[in-house]
Write a protein of this length. Structure first.
Length: 340
């Protein structure tokens, strides 16, 4: 069967352009791949065009808008996911412009399809008291409890994303002073973050306990489960939820979060750095953000948090003895004369 222009261009985009020229991460490529898998399903089921017959002439800006509508209403995806799918499509059609200049006008129309506005969610995080309560839950008399505590402490102390934690290797840890951990972020960008002395001590004990200082183990995963396999996202999430439930059930503190996910510890670190007066530029570099605009969301959220806290503590000092202003006839007469 003759290869279509759409199939040829999409194959080059996913297998050559993204990994070789853009050097994006494997997770990003998988996300973009999933977008086009869903687009092909939509074209097949709703437009009756099988993937092997799909060409650029069969897709226009109207098709993309209908696809996004289908995602929200038939597949029940949220606005965030809908916008992520559109971002992948935009990226692809920016590439198509240079590869197929004969359809550049239609590409520009697709690139003009707007993202949907959404309400910014409140960034959930732990107060210092609640974080301490969470970290007290693992039973450190057991090997598994010590491992679980170190996972939570490392997530918080390094401000790492969950994938950055899962990708950690023994060689990424520097125990000698100054103690640091090298994280591999989005787009395979590496950053070196300092770790506190207590965290360094926990990591050193853990590595000694699991014989990770031995030669030949430099590329071993730092964290692995009871089956000696590298941890997965669900595995780390399960650990966090287990101790979160224990902490919440024993909690008598106000404003304890109602749920937990690995990214909350990263948010928590950012808020604590901000509360400590650390410059926003340093927080940006610590978290591995490309733009300071991304980091500023914590500054805005922190201001909103303070406003809500003040409102919750507000005491109504206005009494009912204050007369209604409309009963002041002298004031009414003065206002009427003033407005003539």
């Amino acid at each position: 069967m003759k290869q279509t222009d759409f199939a040829r261009t999409l194959t080059c985009y996913l297998s050559k352009f993204l990994p070789s020229e853009r050097n994006v991460s494997t997770n990003t490529i998988k996300s973009y791949r999933d977008t086009f898998k869903q687009l092909l399903v939509y074209m097949s089921t709703e437009c009756k065009i099988k993937p092997q017959y799909l060409t650029f002439s069969g897709i226009n800006s109207g098709t993309i808008k209908d696809f996004l509508f289908w995602l929200e209403n038939t597949r029940s995806v949220g606005i965030n996911t809908r916008n992520q799918r559109l971002a992948a499509i935009h990226s692809f059609y920016r590439y198509v412009q240079s590869e197929c200049p004969e359809i550049i006008f239609e590409c520009q129309k697709i690139l003009g399809v707007p993202f949907k506005k959404r309400q910014q969610p409140i960034i959930k995080h732990f107060t210092q008291e609640n974080l301490q309560l969470l970290l007290k839950q693992p039973d450190i008399t057991t090997q598994r409890g010590r491992r679980d505590l170190l996972i939570m402490v490392t997530l918080y102390d390094t401000g790492s994303r969950i994938q950055e934690l899962l990708d950690l290797r023994v060689c990424d840890v520097r125990i000698s002073k100054p103690a640091t951990i090298t994280l591999t972020g989005k787009g395979n960008k590496k950053r070196c973050v300092p770790i506190m002395d207590k965290t360094r001590g926990l990591i050193e004990n853990y590595m000694n306990e699991h014989h990770l200082f031995e030669n030949g183990k430099q590329n071993y995963p730092l964290f692995y489960n009871s089956r000696n396999s590298p941890f997965t996202r669900p595995g780390v999430t399960y650990i966090l939820k287990k101790y979160f439930i224990l902490a919440r059930n024993s909690n008598d503190l106000a404003l304890f979060p109602d749920s937990i996910n690995p990214h909350m510890l990263r948010h928590t670190k950012a808020f604590h750095l901000l509360e400590a007066g650390v410059n926003l530029i340093y927080i940006r570099d610590f978290l591995g953000h490309v733009s300071i605009t991304t980091t500023e969301v914590y500054l805005r959220a922190d201001t909103e948090m303070k406003r809500k806290a003040l409102e919750s503590m507000y005491i109504d000092v206005v009494t009912q003895d204050i007369p209604v202003w409309t009963e002041d006839t002298d004031l009414l007469n003065w206002l009427q004369d003033f407005c003539k």
